[in-house]
Design a protein around this ligand. Structure first.
Ligand SMILES: NC(=O)c1ccc[n+]([C@@H]2O[C@H](COP(=O)([O-])OP(=O)(O)OC[C@H]3O[C@@H](n4cnc5c(N)ncnc54)[C@H](O)[C@@H]3O)[C@@H](O)[C@H]2O)c1
Length: 440
């Protein structure tokens, strides 16, 4: 394929050289001659291990070119990969000036050059951009600056995951290749372009692809700060936190795994809130701030508050709460966020009917029965042992369980509105009118 790469910084120069090494005809474009000139001389414009050699080989083979003229790159090109910078503005927003300019350059250049044989050209953002950029910003620039007659444009987001210093290795073994597009021809072009990579190309919704890169970087930053907060607090107790984390990462079931990484409802139960409070107390007595962990408790409370606000914003006062314990398959009600949710709604005058397959009046026994009777007597009065009964007359269902009897009851007598706190109720429930996800 003929590929135009806009922006020859760290991402663009690695991308261009690696695609050239894979046999594509690659034309790099940069507004800065300090990036273009080294490539034309067979050198890398950035410091990146192995890149000098790859650029030299690509240029010598006639498969890698660099220019300041977008027209040379666009002539007959199948794909444009936009790798320009997207820096922060002083307010923290993303400056999309270079993205707009590159798209404009493509549209204007396409008026004076020959289109690819297919007539179809994919404009693909590889820079990191906020959700909505392709649909709104790129589309608006293309609407404003009409392209050449022979060109039909399709757009996509294909985030880049390389890290400086290991850019080549990362390019050739990416964690995933994700193409966000609504245009099958762009998905097809990129599947062909990146088909040599050991990872399958996953075509998804464009905003998902845009958000994914932010999710990855926010998570990586959180990991670093989490490890550093562990170091800051345990150092006060003479603990070598490197040893703690060496052991910590050996748990690939709960610690380094997909567990706990599904958006949904708040955490709770007898351990997480209690132990987080203990760590924060240890920090306080040592005059140590742990804002990440403190923020975790604050976020947890916001999740409950958001749901209460969403209930308040809707019509009706009859609520079915399906699921009461802090997770499915336990009767433990200690610090259950569903109990907190119930208490806040009852406090605001809502009428609740609560069903939980384990915490139901006929099955309450022992310590849990005593806990409900002494701490939550008002909840015991509104507990039912039948989900259909809980749903009867309800304006709204709040669902934190994935019990099959609850799913069946929702499908059998759907309420006007369902807020899914679990994210695992299945496609049939999600297709019900009035379905809302907690965070999706
Ligand atoms: N650096 C990384 O490790 C990395 C990794 C993944 C993603 N990203 C993202 O990729 C994007 C690029 O990052 P980078 O580090 O390569 O940036 P960079 O600043 O090194 O390079 C950007 C290049 O774009 C050029 N440019 C600006 N406007 C242009 C235009 N209209 N036409 C052609 N070239 C133009 C600039 O002159 C510059 O050389 C950013 O969105 C960044 O967040 C970076």
């Amino acid at each position: 394929m003929k590929v135009a790469v806009f922006g020859l910084g760290y991402v663009g120069s690695v991308t261009a050289a690696c695609l050239a090494a894979n046999g594509h005809d690659v034309w790099g474009v940069d507004v800065d001659t300090a990036k273009v000139d080294p490539i034309t001389q067979g050198r890398s414009p950035v410091v990146e291990p192995g890149l000098d050699e790859l650029v030299a080989a690509g240029v010598a083979a006639g498969r890698m070119h660099a220019t300041t003229d977008p027209r040379l790159a666009l002539e007959g090109a199948d794909v444009s990969l936009i790798c320009v910078g997207t820096p922060s503005t002083p307010s923290g927003s993303t400056d999309l000036t270079y993205i707009r300019r590159a798209v404009e350059d493509i549209a204007i250049a396409s008026r004076t050059v020959a289109p690819p044989a297919s007539g179809f050209h994919s404009i693909v953002i590889r820079s990191t951009v906020p959700p909505g950029t392709v649909d709104e910003v790129v589309a608006a620039v293309l609407a404003e600056h009409a392209g050449g007659d022979g060109f039909t444009f399709g757009t996509a987001m294909c985030p880049e995951f390389l890290r400086e210093g290991s850019g080549l290795a990362d390019f050739f073994t990416p964690p995933f290749v994700v193409v966000g597009t609504a245009e099958p021809r762009v998905g097809g072009a990129l599947t062909e372009l990146f088909g040599f990579l050991p990872t399958e190309v996953q075509v998804v919704d464009v905003r998902t692809a845009e958000a994914l890169k932010y999710a990855c970087n926010a998570f990586h930053a959180t990991k670093v700060s989490f490890a550093n907060e562990m170091g800051r607090i345990f150092r006060c107790y003479g603990v070598d936190s490197r040893e703690v984390m060496r052991l910590f990462v050996q748990d690939t079931s709960l610690n380094i795994s997909p567990t706990y990484l599904r958006p949904g409802f708040a955490f709770g139960g007898s351990c997480l809130p209690k132990d987080l409070r203990s760590v924060l107390h240890l920090a306080r007595v040592n005059d140590t701030d742990l804002p990440l962990l403190a923020g975790t408790l604050a976020t947890n409370d916001l999740i409950i508050r958001d749901i209460v606000d969403r209930v308040l914003a809707g019509p009706g006062r009859e609520v079915a709460l399906l699921g009461l314990s802090f997770k499915t398959a336990t009767d433990d009600l200690r610090e259950s966020p569903s109990v907190e949710l119930a208490e806040r709604l009852i406090g605001k005058g809502y009428n609740l009917r609560i069903y939980d397959s384990i915490v139901n009046p006929s099955r309450l026994i022992g310590a849990n029965k005593r806990h409900v009777q002494s701490k939550l007597p008002h909840l015991e009065r509104v507990l039912t042992d039948d989900p259909v009964e809980a749903l009867r007359g309800a304006d709204l269902a709040l669902v934190s369980t994935t019990d099959t009897e609850v799913v069946d009851a929702l499908l059998g007598c759907p309420p006007a509105r369902t807020i899914d706190l679990s994210g695992r109720l299945g496609a049939a429930v999600e297709a019900l009118p009035g379905y809302e996800g907690a965070g999706w």
